[in-house]
Design a protein around this ligand. Structure first.
Ligand code: CAA
Length: 256
């Protein structure tokens, strides 16, 4: 199947979605949302895809929601259609997600990257929530996820001024996991994805759920959940294999 606004590729357990609207700095329009939604949902049910990488071009991961498409939108139309909602498929994805960001990740672009489990940034990356400059505010989680990731003062600084933040600042403030040479960005992201794809998917799932819970529960509830998950993995063949392989000084062969 071919797509208008994205290209896709599956290799070694890793599904890669590349945003492809070069004429608009990969601005996120409705067609792109539909296509990403279709692919991510299909991959969630596809055993050949264990980890998903989202990326863009060297110039832009995505420069935000498509401003030209929103020019004539009225309040009640937006409310009734909830037209951004299907981007949540990334935040709600049951498989690990990595954003490989080069160039601009602005507005909705930064927000989609933040929906992913891990963000890798090229040294060329620039992040920002510049919606204030066009008379609006982030609508895909920018005020919420950014604040949780980098703290109130810095999130206010970015959202209230609309200034852009370069890769080094994004790394030091905790938004991105690693800064990588632009030429190696996608390869590195895919290598990480392949590594995760090689682990027991049951353990991977519980790690993700446990880390995600850290942002949503009290410390005591989170610790309890983590302990329960830890104990529950003793009921799996992959945990037995992992520990046995360690003690036999060999690589584990996971079932799932
Ligand atoms: N929507 C629609 N088109 C966009 C776009 C966007 N978000 N960003 C860039 N483009 C288009 C430009 O209009 C231009 O098209 P034309 O050649 O037809 O004029 C093309 O992409 C190239 O852009 P520029 O000429 O502006 O390139 P530049 O290198 O001078 O600047 C930029 C790049 C800094 C990213 C600049 O384009 C820019 O500021 N873009 C808008 C960023 C923005 O405001 N994003 C927030 C959008 S609202 C949002 O995302 C809400 C939300 O939370 C969901």
């Amino acid at each position: 199947m071919s797509y208008e606004t994205i290209s896709i590729n599956v290799l070694n357990g890793v599904g890669t979605v590349t945003f492809n609207r070069p004429e608009a700095m990969n601005a996120l329009n409705r067609k792109m949302m539909e296509e990403v939604y279709t692919v991510v949902n299909a991959w969630q049910a596809d055993a050949d895809v264990r980890v998903i990488v989202l990326t863009g071009s060297s110039k832009a991961f995505a420069a935000g929601a498509d401003i030209k498409e929103m020019l004539d939108v009225q309040y009640l139309d937006a409310l009734d259609a909830n037209f951004l909602n299907d981007w949540n498929c990334i935040a709600e994805c049951s498989k690990p997600t990595i954003a490989a960001v080069a160039g601009y990740a602005l507005g909705g672009g930064c927000e989609v990257a933040m929906m992913c489990d891990i963000i890798y940034a090229a040294d060329t990356a620039q992040f920002g929530q510049p919606e204030i400059r066009i008379g609006t505010l982030p609508g895909l989680g920018g005020t919420q996820r950014l604040t949780r990731l980098i703290g109130k003062s810095k999130a206010m600084d970015l959202c209230l001024t609309g200034r852009l933040m370069k890769a080094a600042e994004a790394e030091s403030s905790g938004l991105v996991a690693r800064v990588i040479d632009a030429e190696s960005l996608l390869e590195e992201a895919q290598r990480t994805a392949e590594k995760i794809a090689g682990y027991s998917s049951t353990a991977v799932q519980l790690v993700r759920e446990s880390v995600q819970a850290a942002g949503e529960t009290s410390l005591q509830q989170g610790l309890m959940l983590e302990r329960r998950y830890f104990y529950s993995l003793f009921g799996t063949a992959d945990q037995k294999e992992g520990m046995l392989a360690f003690s036999e000084k060999r690589d584990p062969v996971f079932e799932r």
